[in-house]
Design a protein around this ligand. Structure first.
Ligand code: GRF
Length: 197
């Protein structure tokens, strides 16, 4: 049986991307490409692992960027796209082709604290627990059906960085577990809902 093809989208250090790269043997799938929206440190991880890198910079016209992302992903022929620290909202053209095959990891317990500053917002709200969510991507911002969540306690003295690093530790194991289940067919997307077999 041919191994499934994974494409990861990232915009930062790429520690979640690296977790998937390191877990490939246990996933029964191959990370075939990294797609980024600008030159970012995650590219160094890809190059060290011999994984192709595709830079698709955001343009002034978001529709142009969306079509470039669609073309890039079409050419890579992924079975699953994993947004792991990708700071762009997936466009309609990409969703048209890949909805149901794109998952995202978010550093909060959705639907709480969606958007680009989830950890900062959770701290500002004074919550005692927060965490991370992995969900299928839909047309909204961090609104797709949730597949898995991890709960992380906020501890006295936490700042955005210390809390985010603890959340990322949970994300790195959760994203690998979710990808393994999706690859194995144990979790799938059906008409806007998560179906667990
Ligand atoms: C993760 O917390 C992800 O949820 C958020 O950005 C972080 C990416 O971390 N969107 P890294 O770049 O993979 O280390």
């Amino acid at each position: 049986m041919t191994r499934q093809r994974l494409v990861v989208l990232a915009s930062g250090t790429g520690s979640l991307f690296n977790a998937l790269v390191q877990a490939q043997d246990s996933l029964g799938a191959d990370v075939v490409a990294l797609v980024v929206d600008a030159p970012v440190p995650a590219m160094d991880i890809a190059q060290a692992a011999g994984i192709s890198v595709h830079v698709v910079p955001m343009t002034t016209d978001r529709n142009v960027w969306d079509s470039q992302m669609r073309a890039t992903l079409d050419a890579l022929d992924p079975d699953l796209v994993i947004s792991a620290g990708f700071m762009r909202v997936i466009g309609a053209q990409v969703l048209e082709a890949f909805e149901g095959r794109i998952i995202n990891t978010h550093p909060a317990l959705l639907p709480l604290f969606p958007g680009a500053h989830a950890v900062r917002d959770a701290l500002a709200a004074g919550v005692k627990v927060t965490g991370a969510s992995v969900h299928f991507v839909d047309a909204g911002v961090d609104t797709g059906p949730v597949i898995s969540q991890s709960v992380i306690s906020v501890v006295p003295g936490d700042d955005e960085n210390s809390l985010h690093e603890r959340i990322k530790t949970a994300e790195r194991s959760m994203i690998v577990d979710v990808v393994r289940d999706v690859v194995a067919g144990k979790v799938r997307y059906d008409d806007g809902k998560v179906v667990t077999l």
